[in-house]
Ligand binder design. Structure first.
Ligand SMILES: Cc1cc2nc3c(=O)[nH]c(=O)nc-3n(C[C@H](O)[C@H](O)[C@H](O)COP(=O)(O)O)c2cc1C
Length: 734
């Protein structure tokens, strides 16, 4: 069974049984206090368990007179019902003296017990709650399997949990400790359920007493009964005394593992029947399920009940936040003749790949879908489809960066046809570069025969994808139908914004404008400068992200945007005028927030990358030293931001500004050149704990980081990579 099936089983069983689990956990947690509550009364007398039954009977009878029944409960408390008392009472087995009345169970426990056992619904409730135990067992076992998978086996069981999301992390962390007790509760609850509904039959004990051979009087003293002398109080559960001095009235002894009938006159054992194994298992299950008699186990059960509440809550949170783009493969990899490998960073290529998978599955093909980084040998492979986007500067997306290595290491067992489909954007100079490289690599694989030349899709264009799909259909001689719904991105709830200001750059060549959008205070409450605005232009499926500045006082966000010729979204935003209404979503980007704790911050940007900094300057404190490096075409380009920057300089929120112009009076200076001049100061500042932030184009980021890296390595032996892991260098480039 694959991990995804385990996960699906874990999830759906939990969802179906959640209400019952909730009731059982709350009541179970409360009931776990009952054994602790009882133990707290402490009617336990030390060393009494070593007394023989004959001593106990003697001691009690001499003080309490005629006794009807003696019990020893799981706490070791000895209770007596005598002929003269209406209710049972606890005694000291050494002295036979009464030490207290039998504890009355508080109402709350009684109520919880009924709810826990039958949901107050009688037999139907008992059945439902019993079934919940069975389901709990499967949830726990699937959970255990998932932890093993996640942690990388039993030997890694308690190794560090890879940081993810609060609910996911603690769902795993806590369950590593509580899973065993949940499994115990599941197994014991299941056994009690099976016993109650007679699936496991516990036979009634059948004592065979030879009535004709029964002897009577004269009664010998109990102290001479060998059996009573050898059985210890610790092994006793109950003794029922004979009612009258007739030979067919005998002592009934219930011990840990058997029952005895003993002649009241001479102590002869008339019948001895051991409990059947099913009954012993029942007892063990009962004790394990209730925690009766053991405070520590009861406390563990209580924690397990509370933990289960957390599992239900966090499980729901994980479910609601779940990644709907998860891959589901109905066939195992070696059964599939068609394999789809995907390279995707933000999920859109995966969406196309899933639509393709669904289309092929509809035509009864056996298809296996996975990411390029999971490349391995596929025993039944006939066709391979590679769909990949390009990231960075013509680089592999995150889910494909190990593909070439794996392709070199793993060979397919047979020859197969392949086709590569690249996803990218013409707004980048290296359009579909990574797909081009993948296609070239595939051409060198001996077993791989091209089905089609490389196809490319610009900005998730559906028509371009359909063209490729048609070509594939022709090669395979089958029509592949794709559901439009599968291709469309999930509709997300949009927030409304009003354009409050639009300002164009004074340098026309820049094609840049500043857009201020107004919204409500509440909408912006959880967002900061450096977070992102996601805009999907009307009639488009693909969203674009813009790094924004946030002004909480004015309830506005600020964006700096450069119009691209083929840029659908930048054109759409460029057409806006004050008063227009726009829709979008806000996305948190905590890795790129202003570091309020740092002694100083160096902000580096080119072009529109300055947008988040314009808001961040308001967040700096007067004790922090903040400098800004900005690169643009010329001084006219700078004017779009100048008043905001000057205001920050005037009120002490910004200490220094360095500008670099690439087309000003014949000079050709880029922001990385301005950085190069200040490398000594920047290195000193980093050594003092300053934080460097970089926002703008990827090429600029690379150039700045290369300069910094070389200088840092030679001067202080530290690399940019190390500073990034320490969060001393933060970048948000595109
Ligand atoms: C930071 C960044 C860098 C990108 N670099 C390139 C690139 O060099 N070449 C290209 O063709 N597309 C580039 N793209 C565009 C993506 O490849 C394109 O949007 C693709 O549809 C994304 O697919 P995904 O959502 O599956 O990752 C880039 C996108 C981003 C956000």
């Amino acid at each position: 069974m694959s991990s995804s099936l385990w996960r699906a089983a874990h999830l759906w069983l939990a969802i179906i049984s959640s209400v019952f689990l909730l009731i059982a956990s709350v009541t179970g947690a409360i009931l776990s206090f009952e054994p602790i509550y009882q133990k707290a009364h402490n009617y336990h007398i030390d060393n009494a368990d070593d007394l023989s039954i004959s001593d106990v009977i003697d001691n009690i009878s001499s003080v309490q007179g005629e006794v009807l029944n003696i019990t020893r409960d799981k706490n070791g408390f000895v209770a007596v019902q005598s002929i003269t008392s209406d209710t049972p009472f606890y005694v000291n087995p050494f002295s036979g003296e009464k030490i207290g009345d039998v504890i009355r169970t508080p109402e709350i426990f009684e109520f919880c017990r009924t709810l826990h056992r039958s949901l107050l619904l009688g037999q139907t409730g008992r059945f439902l709650i019993g079934l919940t135990s069975v389901v709990l067992l499967f949830i726990a076992l699937s959970g255990f399997f998932l932890i093993l998978k996640k942690q990388g086996g039993l030997s890694q069981y308690f190794s560090k949990v890879v940081k993810n999301d609060f609910y996911k992390d603690y769902h795993t962390r806590l369950s590593r400790w509580l899973i065993l007790s949940v499994i115990v509760l599941g197994i014991s609850g299941t056994y009690l359920f099976l016993e109650r509904f007679n699936v496991v039959l516990v036979p009634t004990l059948d004592h065979q007493v030879n009535e004709t051979a029964l002897t009577d009087g004269p009664a010998e003293p109990i102290a001479t009964f060998t059996t009573f002398n050898t059985i210890l109080l610790g092994d006793l559960r109950e003794i029922n005394f004979p009612f009258a001095d007739f030979p067919d009235e005998y002592y009934e002894l219930k011990l840990r593992d058997k029952e005895l009938l003993v002649n009241q006159f001479n102590g002869e054992v008339l019948s001895e029947v051991s409990y059947p194994i099913v009954q012993l298992i029942y007892q063990i299950s009962f004790n394990l399920h209730t925690g009766e008699g053991t405070t520590i186990w009861a406390a563990i059960l209580g924690l397990t009940g509370i933990g289960t509440l957390f599992f239900i809550y966090s499980g729901f949170k994980i479910f609601l936040k779940r990644d709907r783009s998860k891959i589901v493969n109905p066939f195992s990899k070696d059964d599939c003749s068609m394999v789809i490998l995907v390279g995707s960073e933000q999920g859109s290529t995966m969406r196309f790949a899933k639509a393709l998978q669904a289309g092929l599955l509809k035509s009864k093909a056996k298809v296996y879908l996975t990411s390029l980084n999971n490349y391995e040998a596929y025993q039944s492979i006939e066709h391979l489809f590679i769909l990949t986007s390009t990231y960075g500067v013509g680089e592999a997306p995150a889910s494909a960066d190990k593909f070439f290595q794996k392709l070199a290491d793993k060979r397919q067992p047979r020859s197969y046809g392949y086709s590569v489909l690249g996803f990218g954007s013409k707004a980048y100079p290296d359009f579909c570069q990574y797909a081009i490289e993948v296609d070239l690599k595939m051409q060198q694989v001996a077993e791989a025969k091209p089905l089609l030349p490389l196809y490319k899709v610009n900005e998730e264009s559906k028509p371009e994808f359909m063209t490729w799909l048609g070509a594939i259909g022709q090669v395979l001689h089958q029509k592949i139908t794709i559901n439009d719904k599968d291709l469309a991105a999930a509709k997300k709830k949009q927030l409304s914004f009003k354009v409050s200001q639009k300002q164009d750059s004074q340098n026309n060549a820049d094609q840049t404008f500043y857009l201020e959008l107004k919204t409500s205070k509440k909408t912006l409450k959880d967002y900061r400068s450096g977070d992102l605005l996601e805009i999907t232009p009307p009639d488009e499926t693909r969203e674009r992200l813009y790094s924004m500045s946030v002004d909480h006082e004015k309830s506005t966000i600020g964006l700096s945007i450069r119009k691209h010729e083929a840029g659908i979204c930048s054109t759409f935003l460029g057409d806006q005028i004050s008063g227009n209404k726009l829709y979008g979503r806000l996305k948190s980007n905590p890795e790129f927030h202003f570091p309020k704790e740092a002694p100083g911050v160096i902000l580096i940007a080119n072009g529109t990358g300055i947008a988040p900094y314009l808001g961040m300057l308001a967040e700096s404190s007067l004790s922090q030293h903040v400098s800004l490096f900005w690169g643009g075409q010329n001084k006219a380009s700078y004017q779009l931001y100048e008043s905001r920057i000057n205001e920050a300089l005037a009120n002490g929120k910004l200490n220094r500004v360095y500008t670099a112009f690439s087309r000003e009076n014949g000079t050709k200076e880029y922001v990385q050149d301005a950085i190069a001049k200040e490398l000594d100061n920047i290195t000193t500042a980093l050594n003092q704990g300053y934080v460097v932030m970089i926002c703008g184009g990827l090429n600029m980021q690379k150039a700045v980081e290369n300069k910094l890296d070389a200088h840092l390595k030679s001067s202080s032996g530290i690399s940019v990579e190390t500073l990034k892991t320490r969060n001393q260098i933060k970048a948000d480039c595109y």
